[in-house]
Structure formats: structure tokens, C-alpha cells
Design a protein around this ligand. Structure first.
Ligand code: HEM
Ligand SMILES: *[C@@H]1O[C@H](CO)[C@@H](O)[C@H](O)[C@H]1NC(C)=O
Length: 316
């Protein structure tokens, strides 16, 4: 009887620990470094003020971090003799940016905290939220306590990051592997209310697609020739520095820039939700925030796993 009691006691103690020490919490840095989150916000605000696109770039970093073995800062690691950087993966090369701002945040946060306290993975999660807020979008409480990886995988990044040529079934399947459903897919694709894409990526669609507004295709062809101009940029929607519903309004008008954007409104199961978001900013705001938290919870390293990097570009 006594041993059963001891067993139960230990089982409950362990359960308590498991839910406190080993899961993410918005209060994770409240006691160890209350200056951390305000410092991140300050630098993100300044960076976005300097260059509004930086908000888009920082949001995308968190997404590309989380999809590759969970939100563990692996995207930030440069190549070593043991692994090739994820920055070289198909979906990242010549495309992801904002690493200098992340370095700046890391240096400042460690300075105000007095020692390396905030993980690079958490910095990406907070910077993504602060970027969305700085550009007029919703806010949410970022769950914190992620630990940084000591390794990265270009091959995994190549295999899990979604591509611009995917159709709806492929996108649904891609997100499902991350534990994300169709609502998450549509809401999170709304991240394309911010930022730009390169001609190389959307050329095929603007010259070949049939589910595209001809006037829009013509407009995009003007700065994206059949050959050359691969690096020329075009915005995903007419207001790339404003978190609004223009991305979804565009899809309704067959003005999606990428094949994967227009796939969300192309006669399939997600049409209805796209239309809802296009006319209901509150619904989009609410679901985007909820899905960002869900994405931020993908396979977090916590407790004693991994470490807190001193430099986001390399393991300690
Ligand atoms: C659904 C599957 C997705 C696909 C296929 C996709 C694909 C892409 C591509 C191809 C680009 C442009 C890359 C370039 O031309 O260099 C891009 C940019 C971007 N993506 Fe996505 N994306 C997806 C989902 C998301 C999600 C979930 C988010 C965030 C919540 C996001 C945020 C962004 C942002 C903000 C940019 C612009 C970045 C900048 O201007 O620096 N994307 N995406
Ligand atoms: C249009 O599609 C054809 C056939 O798939 C392809 O060969 C061609 O390169 C495409 N054109 C552009 C501009 O991408």
C-alpha cells in the first residue's frame, strides 16, 4: 500500500514536471530575464521601420525553422565539416534573409540578460510575432522555452519545405506531416500578405497558367521576362508591407502569384475558407494567431535537450 502511494506520488510529481519544465510557456523568461522580450521587440521595430520587407523575411525564417525537425534554430546554423547548412536548401538558397537582424537581436538580448539566456529558436518565434504586429497584424502570446539544436540538415530541409509549384493535395499532405490541418494551411499561407517573390519562382505561372486573371499575368510579365530577370521581385499582393486581407482578396480574383497560392482557391476544399478570410479580417487574424502558435509548437526541444547558443550561426 505504501509503495503504491509512493509510486502514485512520484507519478504525479513527474507529470507535474513534464507539464511545467518540458513544455513551452509564454512566461518562460519572465523571471530569468524580463528585459528579453522588450529588447527583441525594439530591434524588430527598428529593423522593420528601416526596411518594411524585413518583417516578411523574419516571419518566413520562423516558418522555415519550424518545418525542419521542429522549431530549434537549425536554419540559422552555418555549414560545418559535419553538416551542410539549411540555408543552401532549394527553398532557402538566394531567398531566406534577415540573419543579420537575428544576430543583432541575439547580441542585444544576451547583453540585457547578462548572459546567453534566450534561445535562437525562441528569438525567431518572438521576432515573427513582433514583425506581424509591426506591420498591422494580430498579436498572440508566444510560447517559449525552445532549446537550440547542435546540428542541421540541408537534405531534410529539401524534403520537407513546401514548393511554389505544389497543388492543393500536395500542400495539404505537406502540412499534415507537420501536424497542421487545412485551416492551418490556409491561415498560415496568409503570411503571403507580406513580402515578395522572385520572377524565377512565378514565371511558369504567369506565362502558362489558365487559372490566372489575364490582366494580372500581363502586369507581372512586364517585370518578369520569359528569359532573364530571375531575381526580379514582385509582391504577393498589392500591399506587401501591410498585414491585411489583400492576399485572400487577390486569390478570389485569380491574382495569386504562386501556383501554391492560387491552389487554395481553385475549386477545391479550401475555397470557402479563402473567401471567408477575404472578407473577414477578424476571422483571418484569429486563425493566423492560433495557427502560428500551433506551428511554433512543432517538435520543440525543451528541458535538457539541445542548448542555448551563444552565436545563432554555430553550436557552442
Ligand atoms: C503553403 C506553402 C508555402 C509555399 C509553397 C511558400 C513558398 C514561398 C516562396 C516560393 C516564396 C518566395 C521565395 C523567393 O522568391 O525567393 C515565399 C516567400 C514568403 N513566404 Fe512563403 N510559402 C508557403 C507558406 C508560407 C508560410 C506558412 C509563411 C508564414 C507564416 C510564409 C511566409 C512567407 C513570407 C513572409 C515570404 C516573403 C519573404 C520576403 O519577402 O523576404 N510562407 N514563400
Ligand atoms: C510553359 O510550359 C512549358 C511546358 O511545360 C514549358 O516548357 C515552358 O518552359 C513554360 N514556360 C515558361 C515561361 O515557364
Amino acid at each position: 500500500m505504501a509503495s503504491l502511494r509512493t509510486f502514485l506520488l512520484h507519478a504525479f510529481l513527474w507529470l507535474g514536471l513534464a507539464t511545467t519544465a518540458f513544455s513551452l510557456s509564454p512566461k518562460f523568461y519572465d523571471r530569468v530575464c524580463p528585459q528579453a522580450l522588450p529588447a527583441i521587440r525594439r530591434i524588430v521595430k527598428a529593423a522593420v521601420h528601416r526596411e518594411p520587407r524585413m518583417g516578411a523575411s523574419l516571419l518566413r525564417l520562423h516558418f522555415h525553422d519550424c518545418f525542419v525537425n521542429g522549431c530549434d534554430g537549425s536554419l540559422l546554423l552555418d555549414s560545418t565539416s559535419a553538416f551542410e547548412t539549411e540555408k543552401n536548401a532549394r527553398g532557402n538558397l538566394n531567398s531566406v534573409r534577415g540573419f543579420e537582424v537575428v544576430d543583432q537581436i541575439k547580441a542585444e538580448v544576451d547583453r540585457v540578460c547578462g548572459r546567453p539566456t534566450v534561445s535562437c529558436a525562441d528569438i525567431l518565434a518572438v521576432a515573427a510575432r513582433d514583425s506581424v504586429v509591426a506591420l498591422g497584424g494580430p498579436t498572440w502570446k508566444v510560447r517559449l522555452g525552445r532549446r537550440d539544436s547542435t546540428t542541421a540538415s540541408r537534405a531534410l530541409a529539401d524534403s520537407v519545405l513546401p514548393s511554389a509549384s505544389m497543388d492543393l493535395p500536395a500542400l495539404i499532405e505537406n502540412f499534415k506531416k507537420q501536424g497542421l490541418n487545412q485551416r492551418d494551411l490556409v491561415a498560415l499561407s496568409g503570411g503571403h500578405t507580406l513580402g515578395v517573390s522572385r520572377c524565377l519562382i512565378f514565371r511558369n505561372r504567369i506565362y502558362n497558367a489558365t487559372n490566372i486573371d489575364p490582366a494580372f499575368a500581363k502586369e507581372r510579365r512586364a517585370t518578369c521576362p520569359r528569359t532573364g530577370g530571375n531575381a526580379n521581385l514582385a509582391p504577393f499582393d498589392p500591399t506587401p508591407a501591410k498585414f491585411d486581407t489583400a492576399y485572400f482578396k487577390n486569390l478570389v480574383k485569380q491574382r495569386g502569384l504562386l501556383t501554391s497560392d492560387q491552389a487554395l482557391l481553385n475549386g477545391g476544399s479550401t475555397d470557402k475558407l479563402v473567401k471567408t478570410y477575404s472578407s473577414n479580417p477578424n476571422a483571418f487574424w484569429h486563425d493566423f494567431a492560433k495557427s502560428m502558435i500551433k506551428m511554433g509548437n512543432i517538435k520543440p526541444s525543451t528541458g535538457k535537450q539541445g542548448h542555448i547558443r551563444v552565436n545563432c550561426r554555430k553550436a557552442n
